[in-house]
Design a protein around this ligand. Structure first.
Ligand code: SAH
Length: 275
């Protein structure tokens, strides 16, 4: 029999336990007590509303908003339980500016400063699912190109044993460090540099994932991928006008690389050098 939650203090916990999509292991990074859950938090809408009627706080601490996001991702076809669990565990609202908090669990990209964006949850989860390629358990070492605000790096850190994430813009590298501090993710290593060169010290990687799209995949990424490893990156489609991009999945096999071009995507451009 379904127990009625003792409202409001236990609401958060009760939802987290009863939802089918919050599967998998307990994640210590975010399993801290929730400080204040206003009664209105349970009714916060994930669509933008004209007037924000949330009397206390912004309601985003409630796991219910993430549970709803995860349910939508599952409805869109994401089926890897570990990806869904990781998406439900990391609080996306902590990675966006306070003015955008109400949109944090929308399936939309949002500005993070310096002309860059945090990727849509739908695209993040799609790329992570492709990256994991149906495997169970954690991946080994993973390289992320384009830390941005650090959101995807945090999700990745729940799916891989070690994550190296490179950002070329100093301002965002610093911002990501601030955003990630509360999570204390010991397996996440933030690097400042040009990700087009990869990060040879952490190679070989079980997976490489890029959050910015270029004309071609830099050779360094292929070189630093382990045999049996997979690279997922947006690439500018050959012959496309206006820099249209598509998702590339590249598998490094003992006999060479195998590539597949999947659906169209929109990412910020991959640029060389640091700034
Ligand atoms: N995963 C990020 C998405 C950030 S947008 C998030 O969750 O927020 C992509 C990022 O890639 C931008 O911050 C951009 O500065 C960075 N980028 C572009 N070219 C790069 C390069 N050569 N090396 C490292 N980062 C790069």
């Amino acid at each position: 029999m379904k127990q009625r939650p003792s409202f409001p203090a236990k609401l958060d916990d009760t939802l987290a336990r009863n939802r089918p999509n919050t599967v998998g292991k307990v994640v210590t990074a975010t399993s801290k007590p929730v400080a204040h859950i206003a009664p209105a938090a349970a009714a916060v809408h994930t669509r933008p509303v004209a007037v924000a009627v949330v009397p206390k706080g912004h309601g985003m601490e409630s796991s219910a908003v993430r549970t709803r996001m995860v349910q939508k991702l599952a409805a869109q076809g994401i089926s890897d339980p570990q990806v869904l669990h990781a998406m439900g565990a990391i609080e996306r609202h902590r990675f966006v500016d306070s003015a955008l908090i109400n949109q944090a669990y929308e399936d939309t990209s949002l500005p993070i400063g310096l002309g860059q964006t945090i990727s849509k949850p739908g695209v993040v989860s799609r790329m992570l699912e492709l990256m994991r390629n149906g495997q169970t358990g954690q991946l080994g070492r993973v390289l992320e190109i384009g830390t941005g605000c650090g959101y995807q790096a945090a999700v990745l850190s729940l799916l891989a044993t070690e994550v190296y994430s490179i950002e070329r813009l100093r301002g965002l590298h610093d911002k990501a460090r601030d955003n990630l501090r509360h999570l204390r993710l010991a397996n996440l290593h933030l690097l400042f540099g040009d990700g087009m060169e990869g990060y040879a010290k952490g190679a070989p990687y079980a997976a490489i994932i890029a959050a910015a799209g270029g004309e071609a995949v830099p050779q360094a990424w292929v070189d630093q991928l382990a045999v049996g490893g997979r690279l997922v990156a947006p690439v500018v489609t050959v012959g496309a006008t206006g820099g249209a991009q598509a998702l590339l999945v590249l598998d490094k096999t003992p006999n060479g690389v195998r590539q597949a071009i999947l659906e169209a995507v929109h990412f910020v451009p991959l640029k060389s050098g640091v700034a």
